[in-house]
Design a protein around this ligand. Structure first.
Ligand code: ADP
Ligand code: MG
Ligand code: ZN
Length: 614
């Protein structure tokens, strides 16, 4: 706020100067002496008077020697009259040089108008400064309604093409059509085909929506107007709508071109469900978008691409044919796509030759493209901090855990006892994960504290799964409880270290019963309606739509699931006590066991036929 403080100083200075001038004016003249009328008469008779000024009832006298005096008289009598009454002769009176003045204009101004005008003057000055400052901030105050869309041109240096987007094969296929429309609209219009007006990209954050939209523009070689949904909405009502108008007007002039509205859910939420004050403005903006999209000729060659990660909250009017009728879904990348994305970002980083990006891709299920980019960046930072010139496999693998669990807490020193408990706890998870056929294989076991975890067992699905079987969930439950059971079986006591496992296993068991219909007693029903609160974008509210009796049954079923998982875990740990000890001892020694080392501990193992029972 530099300009403000500067202006304030100027204003204060102005006030000071004015008040100094004003005060000088009133206090400058050396005070005249107050005398009575008799004294004046005496002075007149002695011929001492140079001049007498009469202003109303005030009389100002200047003597021959320059002394000033004042006196007053009754208002009704004139001064000469009064003086004559006092015995002054007409001759003497003539010599006294009397002038009658009206209240002088100047003294009237200083005495009456200025004091009442001064505050007004100050106010005007202050307002003037404020106004100037406001204009400084938005010197484009009158262009408020213009869209400030950023325009990327075909001759942009960092042109993005489809080659920069790894994976997302189907999405690219869809969009390649759009590129064709933009390149040769005539081909389509000659056949009477209507070019789509809007394409909606949907997908989780970081899956490459923005990137893909830019790639379309890059491929087609047309101008690209980029604007984010939130940029439409300002403090003032009506601005959003006017920005939409301006944006479309600009685009129509530049056709063929692409308008990209990122995060459209900021303005495109279902109308009428508005919570919070600004929804009127949002609705107007949305209406304007709808109107504009209906308004232009489809063969003009303007295509609106919008992106959102909340397609569920969009207003249905946006999705109807003729508007965003093409929908492109960007999924989280699968293992092959993850490898491809990693390869793109590995290109500009010096990696050691033997780095296995497949391994990295395996361990990063659930990572979006942006996460993978971030991961390699973390790895490069780690390498730089080691003062290495190349990024190693270890840098990358360590960064995965850092991204997922938080940084290693090297300074945290565990007591011998704690270390031993942690080793058995993790060995418990690992051994059950390894021996249950429906569980994912173990990739790493560690007892180095990381984030809030004392140790961790990483198990990774062999392939990306969309569907999960009940048997897998039951195995998961047993694995989660494995740490707890191992502690109990080994030391006869349990620690707080298992609390997070218990929380997660209880929640999973409950979900099996209430959401997936995987309990035999209660059957394929969903219990409880989870309501979405739009303004938080999260499920925060569960409405109970079942009876007290059912609630009891649910609790019973959850208990049954947890108990049976506990039995499974206990069975394995008792039976495989030797292996448990072996894993825990090796862990205490090495702190970290990678997949191969861990599996070699079971080389003497005869596969058991343990399977999960409900
Ligand atoms: P979104 O808009 O979906 O939230 P972005 O398009 O902004 O995600 O993606 C974020 C960053 O992640 C991109 O700048 C890009 O570097 C990277 N990224 C995401 N998906 C991919 C992908 N499929 N191929 C290459 N890079 C990707
Ligand atoms: Mg984006
Ligand atoms: Zn645990």
């Amino acid at each position: 706020m530099k300009p403000l403080s500067k202006n304030v100083i100027v204003a204060i200075l102005a006030i000071l100067v004015i008040s100094i001038i004003f005060s000088n004016y009133t206090f400058k003249n050396d005070k005249p002496e107050d005398v009575n009328l008799a004294k004046v008469v005496e002075e007149i008779q002695n011929g001492k008077i140079k001049s007498i000024d009469i202003e109303g009832a005030d009389i100002k006298i200047v003597l021959n020697d320059g002394t000033k005096q004042t006196t007053r008289k009754e208002a009704i009598v004139s001064l000469p009259e009064a003086l004559i009454n006092y015995g002054v002769t007409a001759e003497q009176l003539r010599n006294a040089n009397i002038t009658v003045k009206d209240r002088s204009a100047r003294s009237y101004f200083v005495g009456v108008i200025l004091p009442s005008l001064l505050p007004l003057l100050l106010l005007i000055i202050v307002f003037w400064f404020m106004l100037r400052q406001m204009q400084g901030a938005n010197s484009k105050a009158m262009q408020f309604g213009n869209s400030n869309a950023k325009e990327f041109n075909k001759d942009q240096k960092q042109k993005v093409t489809f080659a920069d987007v790894a994976g997302a094969k189907e999405s690219k296929e869809e969009l390649r059509e759009v590129v064709d429309f933009l390149k040769s609209p005539k081909k389509f219009s000659d056949l009477g085909a209507k070019i789509p007006k809007g394409v909606l990209l949907m997908g989780r954050p970081g899956t490459g929506k923005t990137l893909l939209a830019r790639a379309v523009a890059g491929e087609a070689g047309v101008p690209f107007f980029h604007m984010s949904g939130s940029e439409f909405v300002e403090m003032f009502v009506g601005v959003g709508a006017s920005r939409v108008r301006d944006l479309f007007a600009r685009a129509k002039k530049a056709a063929p071109c692409i308008i990209f509205i990122d995060e459209i859910d900021a303005v495109g939420r279902q109308r009428g469900s508005g919570l919070g004050g600004s929804h009127d403005e949002r609705e107007q903006t949305l209406n304007q978008i709808l109107v504009e999209m209906d308004g232009f000729d489809p063969n003009l060659g303007v295509i609106v691409i919008a992106a959102t990660n909340r397609p569920d909250v969009l207003d249905p009017a946006l999705l109807r044919p003729g508007r965003f009728d093409r929908r492109v879904i960007l999924d989280l990348p699968d293992i092959n796509e993850r490898e491809a994305i990693l390869q793109i970002y590995a290109k500009n980083k010096p990696l050691v030759a033997e780095i296995n990006l497949r391994r990295v891709a395996e361990r990063t299920a659930g990572f979006a493209g942006a996460d993978l980019m971030n991961l390699l960046n973390e790895a490069a930072i780690r390498a730089a901090r080691r003062n290495d010139t190349k990024v190693t496999q270890e840098d990358v693998l360590d960064s995965i855990e850092k991204v997922m669990l938080g940084p290693e807490r090297k300074s945290y020193v565990m007591t011998k006892e704690e270390k031993k408990v942690t080793a058995y706890h993790e060995a418990g998870h690992a051994i059950i994960a390894h021996l249950l056929p429906n569980s994912d294989p173990v990739h790493k076991v560690s007892i180095i504290p990381r984030g809030s975890a004392g140790g961790y067992t990483m198990k990774v699905p062999g392939e990306d799964k969309r569907l999960h079987k009940r048997a897998e969930f039951l195995a998961d439950l047993a694995v989660m409880l494995g740490g707890f059971v191992a502690e109990k079986e080994t030391f006869g006591d349990v620690t707080t270290g298992a609390s997070d496992d218990l929380r997660r296993s209880t929640r999973l068991a409950r979900e099996l019963v209430t959401r997936y219909g995987m309990s035999e007693t209660l059957g394929p029903r969903v219990f409880g309606e989870t309501q979405e609160m739009i303004f938080l974008g999260k499920e925060i509210h569960e409405q109970r739509n079942y009876s007290e009796k059912t609630a009891e049954l649910i609790d019973l079923e959850v208990e049954k699931l947890v108990n049976s998982a506990l039995d499974t875990a206990r069975g394995i740990i008792r039976k495989e006590k030797l292996h448990l000890d072996k894993i825990a001892k090796t862990l205490l020694e090495k702190e970290v066991l990678e997949k191969e080392e861990f599996e070699s501990l079971f080389s003497d193992h005869v596969p058991t036929t343990t399977s999960v029972v409900a």
